[in-house]
Ligand binder design. Structure first.
Ligand SMILES: Nc1ncnc2c1ncn2[C@@H]1O[C@H](COP(=O)(O)OP(=O)(O)O)[C@@H](O)[C@H]1O
Ligand SMILES: [Mg+2]
Length: 340
């Protein structure tokens, strides 16, 4: 049985499966990334693993202990940085760390040195004695991450650790996470950023509507889903009939899939098998001459695009987008439907 969470809410939504039969294993000394748009079920997965939410179905094991039957035991193995900072506004950074060190059972004589070490480790030395409500968003994230590291737990859950951080702070945290992983800890983190996962994760999964759409190493996902080319082209706005150019593209590149269509912009995904760059550019130049194409670009598909194409399947997003469209005309609505 995979790990499953169903929320019941009174009213319109009713029963809602946030996490749908997940199966995954994370070995020691590895970093696993959980990617997905908002509402994919990442936080709910963490909440079940850490005991914040009840599991509806299934089970998971940490160091062979069940998260359902041995709650007290499994919590000793984990550190957790929640998505929304759970800080006391009136305590300083150092006081937080000393408090959590005590809760984690660190010997009284070691508490000061342990907290000091974590403060230095996360670059909070200047802010250690300020109260947490005066921290910037990025420093709050650092403090929450620091709390997760207290007591050297073998498995660490980080829920969007770098959200709201500037690029410098983010890199600093990446280095820190990398060295924790090298030291033999297991880290499971969630993120919106492919770049972040590339920098940190040995393996990652893209989650949509509570299920994994794909799972594997970065290299695996790149070669499995990232192959081929992306063509973006714009048609001159005075000739807004884009059907001829669409027909031309599908006859020139039988493998072409229309990924996006907005007003005068089209985006296609082409497979790379049997397609040379010279043939690609030859056809595109012809399109430019004959079909009023204003400009175009051809590029290799990136992991970001892989992520976006999976993420589009998230139903919450569709609902929201369609709600927003209620005041639009039918034509515009058709465009949205096609895009999705
Ligand atoms: N306490 C709750 N009650 C009802 N629905 C919830 C609750 N928490 C989360 N959800 C729903 O579960 C889904 C997954 O949410 P979440 O796990 O927070 O996603 P993520 O962390 O990937 O953004 C969302 O559709 C959200 O609205
Ligand atoms: Mg979340």
């Amino acid at each position: 049985e995979g790990l499953t969470k169903v929320y019941w809410t009174p009213g319109k939504k009713g029963k809602m499966t946030a996490v749908d039969h997940l199966y995954v294993g994370v070995p020691r000394g590895q970093c696993f990334g959980l990617l997905g748009v908002n509402g994919a079920g990442k936080t709910t997965t963490f909440k079940m693993l850490t005991g914040d939410e009840q599991v509806t179905e299934g089970d998971a094991f940490i160091n062979k202990y069940s998260i359902r039957k041995d709650k007290v035991k499994v919590r000793q193995f984990m550190g957790y940085c929640p998505q929304f900072d759970a800080l006391d506004p009136l305590l300083t950074g150092r006081e937080h760390l000393e408090f959590y060190a005590r809760v984690r059972g660190i010997a009284t004589k070691d508490i000061k040195s342990v907290s000091e070490w974590v403060i230095k480790r996360l670059g909070l030395a200047q802010h250690g004695d300020k109260i947490s409500s005066s921290y910037s968003g990025g420093n709050k994230r650092k403090l929450s991450t620091a709390i997760a590291l207290i007591g050297n737990p073998p498995i660490i859950f980080l829920d969007e650790p770098t959200t709201g951080m500037d690029p410098g702070a983010r890199r600093f945290l990446w280095d820190c996470i990398n060295s924790i992983v090298k030291a033999g800890h297991s880290v499971i983190l969630t993120s919106h950023s492919m770049e972040e996962c590339e920098a940190l994760c040995n393996r990652l999964a893209i989650m949509v509507n509570g299920t994994f759409q794909c799972i594997g190493s970065i290299q695996h996902l790149k070669s499995r889903f990232g192959n081929g080319y992306t063509i973006v082209l714009r048609v001159k706005s005075e000739s807004l009939d884009i059907n001829p150019v669409m027909e031309f593209i599908s006859s020139s590149f039988p493998s072409a899939k229309l990924k996006e269509k907005h007003h005068n912009m089209l985006q296609y995904q082409l497979g790379s098998v049997g397609l040379s760059l010279s043939k690609l550019f030859q056809a595109m130049e012809e399109a430019k001459r004959v079909y009023n194409v204003e400009d175009y670009s051809a590029s290799q598909t990136t992991l970001d695009q892989v992520f976006i194409s999976f993420a589009k399947k998230q139903t919450d997003l569709l609902d929201e987008e369609l709600d927003e469209c209620e005041n639009y005309s039918d034509d515009e609505l058709d465009d949205v439907a096609e895009d999705n």
